[in-house]
Write a protein that binds this ligand. Sequence first.
Ligand code: AMP
Length: 370
Amino acid sequence: MNIGVLGAGQLGRMLALAGYPLANHFTFLDTTGHPSAGIGDVMIDTDRKHLEAFLEKVDLVTYEFEHLPVSLVQAIEEVRPVYPSSEAIRVCQNRAEEKALFDRLGIPTPAYRLVEHADELEAAARELGCPVVAKSVTEGYDGKGQAVLRDPAEAHEAWRAINHPRLVVEAFVDFVREVSIIAVRGRDGEVAFYPMAENQHVDGILRYSIAPLPDLDEGVERVADGYIRSLLDELDYVGVLTLELFQCADGSLLANEMAPRVHNSGHWSIDGAVTSQFENHLRAIQGLPLGDTTARMPTCMVNVIGREGEAAEILALPDAHLHRYDKSERPGRKLAHVNLLAPTHGALLERVRACAALLPDAPAPRFSFE
Ligand code: AMP
């Protein structure tokens, strides 16, 4: 099977690494001019001249990056199967569409307003009550294109800083923890759920994900599974979908955003689950049976961002698995991740702290259940 991937970053790299045992071949189409997959056949297509050549090489198409022109994905859909569909991209790349879908399916979100002018932003901040978070409706990721307003009077400055014609303004959630649920849906509609992960972000960027959680109420996990199942079924989705949520003190969940792809908060599954999110995505899009999503052991993913530590020191930690993306160091750049496993959450936290101490720019790990 020749699989075409739109985007050529580390997610594409890890898809290919999971696909080689299945004898899959990978061709990446990079529209940014800065591919980093470093594996498979990478076609750079900044001038949109290579699409035909790309399509000739592939049997089906998937993506590892959702900020693509919907028209491009629709055009590809005319000639090759695309999983997940262009409809998933259309919804997931636009926060307003995403929120409308959450509303329609009864998935709770933080209170929000859509605004198209600085004065409307000020009015929304007043109505929702500060603090609020303003986010550009499109193109934002890893906390980019966002501003927190502590006072409605900051609206004009925030509007200028974000510099986007349409924003979603959300009430600031006083969450106990951030979590994500990852699920995979096959071509036949079969769905499998990964255990929920707790995610620690610093400045909008994911730093640690841990799964499964030692103190998660089964009812809460069932609610999250229900939310993501309704999204998968509504979109007639094929592949891996990620839903990021805030968990509040009363246990309730509020949906933040979703990603129509394998996700950084699922990297723990490479070593920590029976079948990784990458393999399951490939199984789903090829119409193969889905693999077991159970966790083998408590697992924590530690992102390596900006600067790398000494590989030899990291690998000397027990049950530590280093996944490097073969990229050059740059502030804020995701360069690698380390998966750590341990038989108990207590032992795992010790390993996570020991690992963080070996990484030059790692923030202190903090989890809600400590
Ligand atoms: P996002 O790009 O929407 O995932 O936002 C990046 C990060 O900003 C999230 O992971 C949260 O840590 C924080 N954040 C976003 N929206 C809110 C909100 N409504 N209330 C509190 N924190 C938020």
